[in-house]
Write a protein that binds this ligand. Structure first.
Ligand code: HEM
Length: 204
């Protein structure tokens, strides 16, 4: 349970931050949204999350491009069944390639691009975007994960200025491992924003 919950969430935050560093205009839009809804006098908290729609879209778009469990978890058919016209005998191991579904050009426009705006005001069908699986064995921690990732990423955006280490874009090559980590761990420069000093001096 701890493994299923921690690495998946931290890997997602690292991918999100990498994508934001390669798309500074998205990072700025997310920061403006937080500043507008939360202000600069306090840290954001869980109750702010439902109002931060653009932040949620950034997380959905990150989970679309880099789902922490790209093949979900192996399932076994408990009976003979048909999947997409194929006969599947009882006891067959089935893998769902969510990574490929999330990048299918028949389902998504410009699927390789990072565009959080694609989720603006759109209710996406659950079979198109399934980073948490679906059905009876779907991830029971998805609600917690959305909150943890939203709160951690949102607070990092609210409190710090983020910059790439060099001029070149962050390398988005995928590494090996069950939770699809980055091949190269993210290195980044950050600087506390003025509001951090204010908030901390008031709470100390
Ligand atoms: C971004 C974060 C997370 C992602 C992307 C994720 C993704 C997944 C996926 C794809 C599955 C398999 C679903 C399937 O095969 O249909 C799964 C199962 C599971 N997840 Fe998560 N998860 C995340 C966070 C969490 C958290 C925070 C917890 C709990 C604290 C958790 C607990 C579990 C458990 C216990 C299962 C196994 C459920 C079962 O077999 O019935 N996960 N998760």
């Amino acid at each position: 349970m701890l493994n299923a919950g921690t690495e998946t969430s931290s890997v997602t935050i690292e991918w999100a931050m990498s994508l934001l560093l390669n798309h500074p205009e998205v990072l700025e839009k997310a920061r403006n949204e937080i500043d507008n809804h939360v202000g600069k006098d306090r840290l954001m908290d869980e109750a702010d999350l439902p109002k931060l729609k653009y932040l949620q879209s950034i997380i959905s778009e990150t989970l679309r491009l880099f789902p922490a469990a790209p093949l979900l978890v192996p399932h076994e058919s408990s009976d003979d069944c048909k999947v997409a016209g194929f006969h599947i005998p009882r006891g067959t191991m089935l893998l769902v390639n969510a990574w490929s579904i999330h990048r299918d050009p028949l389902l998504w426009e410009d699927p390789e691009s990072f565009k959080p705006e694609r989720f603006d005001g759109v209710e996406v069908e659950s079979w198109k975007l399934l980073p948490f699986g679906m059905g009876r064995r779907a991830c029971p921690g998805s609600g917690l994960a959305q909150r943890v990732v939203g709160l951690a990423l949102g607070t990092m955006i609210q409190c710090f200025e983020w910059k790439r280490v060099g001029e070149e874009e962050v390398d988005l090559t995928e590494g090996k491992g069950l939770t699809m980590p980055k091949a190269e761990p993210l290195m980044v420069r950050c600087k506390a924003r003025d509001m951090v000093h204010k908030v901390l001096s008031e709470t100390s």
